[in-house]
Ligand binder design. Structure first.
Ligand code: CO
Length: 209
């Protein structure tokens, strides 16, 4: 119970501190949200999206799942993207992977993890498509780092071919797509894909082998 109570205590202290700094901090966010970003991140507890980017409440619309994946058949992520793009009109959609990702490690091994193996199927495809590149890596750490980049590129690529995004671009609208890999060991973001805001720019994201 002690860990649970800590959260509630922290929350009360945080709310008090925010109001001390700005008496209207919460009141001015109550009526609506106008976030600039949609971030699709991994569920990993070591990747605190708002904390690591200094984003305040109201700035970041967030979707998280295991392996920061974007599936065109996932009603959950589709709904999030549609709402963020068509209703909230976010300027940027960012897929954020991270170092030492358990999903990528599991997808690299045999299919013996139960239900989650279904969810890792797309990452296994990425591994298959880039078999040569990955096998050329000198050690397991380098391979995992490479795979984190490839997975982020794949997921941004799926976004770039999604009708929701294509429709927005065809009407001359945002968003701009980006891919990051967050390094848990240093706390720093590595920028993998940047500023994709057209079909032409998205061509670099197509699988090459
Ligand atoms: Co992860």
């Amino acid at each position: 119970m002690k860990y649970y109570h800590k959260l509630i205590e922290n929350n009360a202290a945080w709310a008090k501190e925010m109001v001390e700094q700005d008496a209207e901090f919460f009141a001015k966010r109550e009526a609506k949200q106008t976030p600039h970003y949609l971030v699709i991140g991994c569920s990993d507890s070591r990747v605190p999206l708002e904390l690591m980017t200094g984003a305040l409440p109201g700035e970041m619309f967030v979707h998280r799942n295991i392996g920061n994946q974007v599936w065109e058949t996932d009603l959950n992520v589709l709904s999030v993207v549609q709402f963020a793009v068509h209703v909230l009109d976010v300027e940027h959609v960012i897929v954020c992977g991270h170092s030492n990702c358990g999903a990528l490690k599991a997808a690299s091994g045999p299919s013996s993890n139960g239900l989650i193996d279904h969810w890792l199927a797309d990452i296994r495809n990425v591994i298959r498509w880039h078999k040569n590149d990955l096998e050329a890596c000198q050690d397991a750490d380098t391979r995992l780092h490479k795979l984190s980049h490839l997975n982020v590129r794949q997921q941004v690529g799926v976004l770039s071919r999604m009708p929701i995004i294509l429709d927005a671009w065809s009407r001359g609208k945002r968003p701009m797509l980006h891919g990051w890999v967050y390094d848990i060991g240093s706390g720093l973001i590595e920028r993998v894909v940047e500023q994709v805001d057209s079909v032409e720019k998205a061509a670099i994201l197509l699988p090459t082998n």
